[in-house]
Design a protein around this ligand. Structure first.
Ligand SMILES: [Zn+2]
Length: 589
């Protein structure tokens, strides 16, 4: 008896400690209580009830929506009521094509972009000043090199970069992310010399007429050895994790309640585990344990996150698609061509033979770009992934690229039914109007990279592809006319994910210099709002749960300082996102 008792007490104490510890670790962020938002202008984007004044939100779901009087009558002692004093509410934006991993990767780099600097002198002076703040030997990594937005910027060569940054390994990344520059210190450190083999014809270490490296590296494959060293020395897993939470918060602050990573290019599943942990509704115990001891970050409300895996990383795909409303892997992403600003957009008629193309963009004379995958291989891969149940998204900018991809889908469709997947065509810069019949028949959905028009429209017109083609870029109006569920995207980090900038461009069709391109392709503001909400939800097969404000859907919404449907279109991009709610929870400021 006397021996048994203390034993029992110890057992009970252990059980109590275990339960307390378990509950402590299981503790998640505070969820919003039952709330009525009233006295608002609610743009529901539902055709049946286009506007409302109030809604009741419970456990992340819209329980009722209607007039303030109707909804306030549902109030009980547990309901909070928030008077929005006439502010505008609309569904949260869905960024249907972005790159979280890349954005996090670039987050802490020296910003040399045309959004920050106007002249090449400004760019290089800034880089030089930044280099002086570093210890000799410390890495310097710069992003945003852009000879289009910074008009007098010419591609730097090795001698120039060595003179600018003599004591540190230097890596510069272009705004389009297709071109890289390094100095001699970096070449030596990574072990690249005049005899290093080029990975392919389109991805190479550029050499001058004497066979010496110029410091320019074209396309991702040739950059991989440098990337590997960067990941060991400077862009470490810990720094990337911190950058990821920063980047996710920034998406939300810009009004995005859902984001879609269009082509993850990572080598192992660890970042996916982080994304899942930050987005999911029900975190795994092991991950909460890791967060409790500081290995994973603390959870706060973050956007929903859906993912396409880049085709050559398809070992990251689960065995089969898993349906989830907060986080899931949706399918596979292909790159069929490259960027208009590197000569890798695949065209029917060559780029213009201008000095700008030749000297600043380094596009060879008579170049038409080319496909990164054989069309036949593409078709076969489409068939395989379709059989496995995956949705497919394909990067296609040039007219030939778009046509080839659509044809490959058509050929695949002879063997397997591709139509139910809502497969996606990404960017669609020169999507030919003649291909829309096929797009419709195959239930392919275009996703337009519409900021090309605003930021680069003038350069495309004057110097890169010429007026005739610049006037038919991004046929958003044609997609609207056919009632396709097209979306708009910023392709962050190429452009910051700002929904109203995209909508304004699609509505006005104005370049930043004020010229009109493709006047007939304009859409209305309402259509623009739908493109970035309900259409984008449809593209990811979530239109029943996201994208409009309706009873039974998730309470993902934004509060705006102005009603986008009631202001002049040139003010759209100045609308302020005052508050952002995801699953009923307000994103912390
Ligand atoms: Zn992209």
């Amino acid at each position: 008896m006397t021996l048994k008792r203390p034993k029992r007490i110890i057992t009970i104490v252990i059980i109590i400690l275990t339960i307390t510890g378990y509950n402590f670790i299981r503790k998640d962020f505070q969820k919003a209580e039952s709330t009525i938002y009233f006295n608002a202008t609610i743009i529901t984007l539902e055709d049946g009830l286009p506007t409302a004044e109030a809604m009741l939100v419970e456990k992340g779901i819209i329980k009722a929506i209607g007039t303030s009087k109707e909804i306030l009558s549902l109030k009980n002692s547990h309901t909070k009521a928030i008077d929005l004093k006439g502010q505008t509410i609309m569904p949260g934006f869905i960024d249907s094509h972005t790159h979280v991993a890349l954005s996090a990767f670039l987050e802490n780099m020296v910003d040399l972009s045309g959004f920050k600097h106007k002249t090449s002198k400004e760019v290089w002076d800034y880089l030089k000043a930044q280099a002086l703040t570093k210890k000799p030997g410390e890495w310097i990594v710069g992003k945003g090199i852009d000879p289009v937005l910074v008009e007098d910027l010419v591609s730097p060569n090795l001698v120039f970069l060595d003179s600018l940054v003599p004591n540190n390994p230097l890596v510069l990344i272009s705004q389009s992310l297709h071109t890289y520059w390094v100095n001699s210190k970096t070449l030596k450190k990574v072990g690249i010399d005049n005899f290093t083999k080029n990975p392919s014809e389109s991805s190479f270490y550029e050499k001058d007429s004497l066979g010496n490296l110029t410091g320019l590296i074209a396309e991702q494959k040739a950059f991989l050895p440098i990337l590997a060293v960067l990941q060991k020395d400077v862009i470490t897993p810990k720094s990337l994790m911190n950058a990821t939470t920063k980047v996710l918060k920034a998406y939300a602050k810009n009004g995005n309640t859902t984001i879609v990573s269009a082509g993850i290019t990572i080598n192992d599943a660890k970042p996916l585990r982080l994304y899942e942990f930050l987005a999911t509704e029900n975190p795994k115990f092991i991950n909460q344990l890791l967060a409790a001891v500081g290995i994973l970050p603390k959870r706060v409300p973050y956007p929903r996150h859906f993912i396409y895996i880049r085709q050559d990383k398809d070992f990251l795909l689960p065995k089969k698609p898993i349906d989830n409303d907060f986080y899931s892997i949706l399918g596979v992403k292909f790159w069929y061509d490259g960027s208009p600003y590197t000569g890798s957009m695949y065209l029917n008629v060559p780029y213009l033979n201008t000095d700008f193309n030749k000297n600043s963009l380094r596009i060879p004379i008579n170049s038409r770009g080319k496909a990164l995958i054989k069309k036949d291989d593409l078709k076969n891969l489409f068939i395989n992934y379709t059989k496995e149940g995956w949705q497919i998204a394909v990067h296609a900018q040039g007219d030939v690229a778009n046509q080839d991809v659509i044809d490959a889908f058509a050929e695949a469709n002879n063997e397997v039914d591709v139509t139910k997947f809502r497969n996606r065509l990404e960017h669609c810069v020169l999507l030919p109007e003649s291909s829309f019949d096929k797009i419709e028949a195959l239930n392919i959905v275009p996703n337009f990279h519409v900021n090309h028009l605003y930021y680069y429209g003038k350069a495309l017109d004057d110097k890169i592809i010429g007026t005739e083609r610049a006037n038919i870029i991004l046929p958003v109006g044609e997609a609207q006319k056919r009632h396709l569920k097209y979306a708009l995207h910023a392709d962050q980090p190429m452009f910051e994910s700002k929904p109203f900038r995209l909508i304004q461009t699609a509505v006005e069709r104005l370049t930043k210099e004020g010229d009109t391109l493709g006047f007939n392709q304009r859409i209305s503001v309402l259509e623009g709002l739908k493109a970035m909400t309900i259409n984008a939800a449809w593209q990811i097969h979530k239109e029943d749960k996201l994208g409009t404000l309706k009873k039974g859907k998730y309470a993902d919404f934004v509060v705006l300082d102005k009603n986008p449907l009631k202001i002049p279109t040139h003010d759209l991009e100045n609308i302020k996102i005052l508050k952002v709610f995801i699953n009923g929870n307000e994103i912390l400021n």
